[in-house]
Design a protein around this ligand. Structure first.
Ligand SMILES: Nc1ncnc2c1ncn2[C@@H]1O[C@H](COP(=O)(O)OP(=O)(O)OP(=O)(O)O)[C@@H](O)[C@H]1O
Length: 384
């Protein structure tokens, strides 16, 4: 089955299970993949209808499924993703003698994939993003880009890659006019401009806010606007520095899911690298997590030699004293129990399973308020 067909099937099942909001977002991704302006106009009309008839869910689902059926008939060309879009080899950047040094970092980045860049403050995340964005130079190593669109200068190269810094700039006028400005600067004719902009507004859940000004939007919607503006430019590489800062947990999840889904487009995929302190949220959607400590790079998928290969590592928040918790795990081959003042980190021998830890906690009626298996999470580097 083709990727396009699989996606249509997925959207159908979301609607069937009454996950209407998610289903409609994914339907819009399928619509964007058609690159067909007539389909965009139908999505825009349906979004408008929905905003005027918020109570009529059954009728909305019916209309959405009929549109999905129409979308499913349009053939989609699949992008061939084998060729990496960026290859960095042994990149090193130093800010002066005895000061911070980043690298050596080698990385290969493909379109359609999400790379999460994590690490504590001051470990080089922004520096790495700015090097990849050609905002700053590097001292040693090599960096190659393989963009599909031809570029003759660094200026042109920057239209293929977009870097959104931590602090974005204020803009003037309405949200919609600002988005239209982007496409008019690319010479897109007015009618097509209006259609593409409204499609992006609909996709990013900005429909009720399209006439608002910068100071009338919350931080979350300002970020949505930035992303809509960026994706209108159809970049091949997108670099986001802390896009989740100032967003509540739910908004973080929605934005990450949206980004992943849009970057994973069938015919116009984008390579996405984002830095964040929101480890678990980023891990959930990333194809690869890059962990930086003191400017050095650790690939989360490759176990460092200090790690016991299959050690089970569990984080637990409980009011129990250390001795009491140790005795709960007495039969479970506990190797180490660390306490950082707020949370315990328990290291078990590889023969211990996560369900057996849960059983021990249940049997001893331990009132744990939080528990997480971090064996495969980058989190284990933060707590070690
Ligand atoms: N222009 C600069 N000149 C000198 N040192 C710098 C410069 N920019 C950053 N640094 C130093 O490089 C180190 C890494 O900074 P960077 O901003 O890349 O880290 P980060 O992981 O993005 O941090 P945060 O999570 O706090 O944003 C820090 O020690 C910082 O002080």
């Amino acid at each position: 089955m083709t990727q396009a067909k699989l996606r249509i099937q997925e959207v159908n099942s979301f609607f069937k299970n009454k996950d209407t909001v998610l289903g409609y977002r994914k339907l819009m991704d399928c619509a964007i993949d058609t690159q067909d302006l007539a389909i965009y106009k139908k999505v825009i009309a349906l979004t408008d209808w929905k905003s005027q008839h918020p109570e009529q869910e059954v009728a909305f689902i019916e209309k959405a499924l009929s549109l999905l059926n129409e979308i499913s008939k349009i053939p989609i060309t699949e992008y061939q993703r084998e060729k990496p879009v960026v290859v960095g080899e042994n990149l090193i950047k130093s800010y002066g003698i005895n000061r911070f040094e980043l690298g050596p970092i080698s990385t290969t980045i493909h379109k359609g994939e999400v790379y999460g860049l994590v690490g504590e403050n001051g470990n080089g995340k922004t520096t790495l993003l700015r090097i990849l964005a050609k905002e700053i130079g590097y001292d040693k190593g090599q960096l190659h880009y393989n963009f599909d669109s031809i570029y003759k200068s660094d200026y042109e190269l920057r239209t293929n890659l977009v870097y959104i810094p931590q602090r974005t700039q204020k803009w003037y006028g309405s949200l919609k006019d600002n988005l239209k400005f982007v496409l008019s600067s690319y010479g897109i004719p007015p009618e097509e401009n209006e259609t593409r902009v409204l499609m992006m507004i609909a996709r990013f859940g900005l429909w009720p806010y399209k006439h608002l000004k910068w100071n009338e939007l919350s931080s979350g919607y300002k970020m949505r606007f930035e992303l809509a503006r960026t994706l209108l430019r159809q970049p091949e590489l997108l670099l986001l520095d802390e896009p989740l800062a100032n967003l509540d947990v739910l908004a973080q999840q929605v934005i990450l899911e949206d980004l992943k889904s849009m970057c994973n487009s069938i015919n116009k995929p984008i390579a996405l690298i984002l830095s964040s302190q929101q480890l678990y949220e980023v891990e959930k959607i990333s194809d690869k997590v890059i962990y930086l400590r003191d400017g050095k790079y650790t690939d989360n998928n490759a176990m460092p030699s200090t790690d016991h290969k299959s050690q089970l590592i569990i984080e637990i928040d409980s009011e129990l004293e250390r001795d009491a918790l140790t005795s709960v795990f007495v039969e479970l081959q506990l190797e180490k129990l660390n306490y950082n003042g707020g949370i315990y980190v328990a290291y078990f021998n590889e023969s211990t399973s996560f369900p057996s830890v849960l059983t021990a906690l249940g049997t001893h009626k331990v009132n744990a308020t939080y528990i997480r298996n971090i064996t495969k999470s980058t989190r284990r580097f933060f707590v070690s």
